[in-house]
Ligand binder design. Structure first.
Ligand code: THU
Length: 134
């Protein structure tokens, strides 16, 4: 997985963020097994709980386009001065499609990124254990 290229795509996607409430832009780049990349941005709402994170936007875009096999995801949080990890809800949604060994990268800049895996972010996930036994 080309982290630099995907981070650049995630950073670009953050420019589409609709975040008038938090003023915190997030972009995500989801790599499909066929090499295509789907991006997503966070979409906030005045009813705050309805906010959709960038990661879930990217998953929705990709699945809506017929993709289901993903190799990893890169998330950019350019308004933070430290890498911000995917929230618990996004970890759950990502785990539906990403193998536990799949890379998850998050960073506030190209130079300040964390590289981890789905399984590190959501350990002891029953779906993964079931999938990997099949
Ligand atoms: N947010 C994301 O889109 N992804 C993350 O990984 C962290 C949080 C969004 C949700 C909300 O629009 C804003 O960032 C502040 O929490």
């Amino acid at each position: 997985m080309d982290h630099d290229r995907l981070f650049a795509i995630a950073l670009e996607a953050a420019n589409s963020s609709y975040s008038p409430y938090s003023k915190f832009r997030v972009g995500a780049a989801l790599l499909c097994a066929d090499g295509t990349v789907f991006s997503g941005a966070n979409v906030e709402n005045r009813s705050f709980g309805l906010t959709v994170c960038a990661e879930r936007s990217a998953v929705s875009a990709a699945v809506s386009a017929g993709k289901r096999d993903f190799l990893g995801i890169v998330v950019a949080t350019p308004d933070a001065d430290y890498p911000v990890s995917p929230c618990g809800a996004c970890r759950q949604v990502l785990s539906e499609f990403l193998a536990s060994a799949a890379p998850v990268v998050f960073g506030c800049s190209a130079a300040n990124r964390v590289v981890t895996t789905m399984g590190e972010l959501l350990p002891n996930d029953a779906l993964h254990e079931l999938k990997e036994r099949r």
